[in-house]
Design a protein around this ligand. Structure first.
Ligand code: HEC
Length: 158
């Protein structure tokens, strides 16, 4: 019993401070901020073709609402605060019922994380991790070396 308890405390500590981003179990109750369709010809088509919706946790959403005008214009709003989590859900169907891939960015502010975000992708329904190298697999495309830009697109923000 005691061993199990210590084991789970260690597991919880390593989840909160450790390297890995956990699967966003609550994505369905997060705030939906946009949706769209990735068509053939879009560089994202290879990983997330078709319909998607983007969701935010409370921390991200508060920041998003506060700076909505800048997001809408696509100018550079202030950086998201630590703890902000943004989840991109790509669906197999047009109604948004069956997720195919779930992409996650979580702000840590840690310079060791690419752009101060942790990056992960989960293949559904197994939740298999797909990101081997966050810089190459994700951040290169999200940043493209732009100054004062936080790496977030939100092209259809509403
Ligand atoms: C080829 C470029 C490219 C690559 C590679 C890429 N993304 Fe994106 N990502 C985008 C674009 C463009 C959007 C906005 C798409 C839309 O909503 O139409 C986006 C949207 C997102 C969003 C929603 C927030 C936002 O910026 O709109 C998240 C979260 C995300 N991507 C995470 C990831 C993760 C994690 C990876 C690595 C597995 C990744 N992306 C790889 C280009 C890319």
């Amino acid at each position: 019993m005691r061993g199990t308890l210590i084991g789970s405390v260690v597991a919880i500590l390593s989840l909160s401070f450790g390297g890995e981003l956990s699967f966003p179990e609550n994505w369905q109750t997060m705030k939906e901020v946009e949706k769209g369709v990735i068509l053939r010809g879009n560089p994202l088509y290879g990983i997330v073709p078709g319909f998607h919706k983007t969701y935010m946790n409370e921390t991200a959403y508060r920041h998003f609402r506060e700076h909505f005008a800048a997001f809408k214009k696509g100018s550079a709003p202030p950086q998201f605060p630590e703890g902000a989590e943004i989840v991109f859900v790509n669906f197999k169907d047009k109604e948004g019922k069956t997720p195919r891939v779930i992409l996650v960015m979580k702000k840590t502010g840690d310079p060791k994380d690419e752009g101060g975000w942790k990056w992960e992708g989960f293949l559904m329904p197994a939740k298999k991790r797909i990101v081997k190298n966050p810089a190459k697999d994700c951040a290169n495309c999200h940043y493209r070396g732009q100054k004062d830009w936080d790496g977030i697109f939100l092209p259809h923000a509403k």
